[in-house]
Write a protein that binds this ligand. Structure first.
Ligand SMILES: [Zn+2]
Length: 179
């Protein structure tokens, strides 16, 4: 499915079942815009308080020529959405605004992974696939973007007392090191 539908109306297009040939998509300069219902993302749903709502997604294929004249295939992925995570301090819901804007360098099968390029932040690498599931790609990227320990910037623990940084185990360790 290739579409140039405007991003704003993308919710009408459910990308859950969309499969692309990644290198072909990049070569054609393919474009997709649509949404993914969170309820369809099983691995992500496991860490959500409530798997409600949608992720808005845009995917564009690109071919570029690098400084050494080699041509490369890329996918440019943008994902936005609000996720309801569990605050690890107070165990209540905390909203996380997910905003992903990544350029993924497609690595064809049998080609060595370019170690130099992976040291830069410019691209992430992705093995090229003839049957790339947009849902799996987006879910992988969102899982990587989640905070390791979700928590409110300022939260009150049940019982009304406030979390103090000084009571964290790290602060206690820092105290020990001073003696
Ligand atoms: Zn909290």
């Amino acid at each position: 499915m290739i579409t140039s539908a405007p991003f704003m109306s993308s919710r009408e297009i459910d990308l859950s079942a969309t499969i692309i040939d990644s290198l072909g998509f990049a070569a054609e300069g393919g474009r997709l815009a649509g949404g993914l219902p969170l309820a369809n993302l099983a691995r992500l749903s496991d860490v959500l308080v409530r798997p409600e709502g949608w992720l808005e997604c845009e995917l564009a294929g690109e071919r570029i020529t690098d400084a050494s004249g080699q041509s490369k295939s890329l996918l440019h992925l943008k994902v936005t959405g609000r996720l309801k995570l569990l605050c690890q301090r107070c165990l209540s819901e905390v909203a996380f605004d997910c905003r992903i804007d990544s350029r993924l360098l497609l690595i064809p099968e049998g080609i060595e992974w370019p170690a130099d390029e992976m040291e830069t932040d410019e691209y992430d690498a992705l093995p090229a696939s003839r049957e790339l599931s947009v849902l799996t790609l987006v879910e992988d990227e969102v899982l990587l973007a989640l905070p390791i320990v979700p928590r409110h910037a300022d939260c009150r623990l049940p019982g009304g007392w406030e979390w103090k940084e000084a009571t964290s185990p790290f602060a206690a360790l820092a105290q020990l090191h001073r003696h």
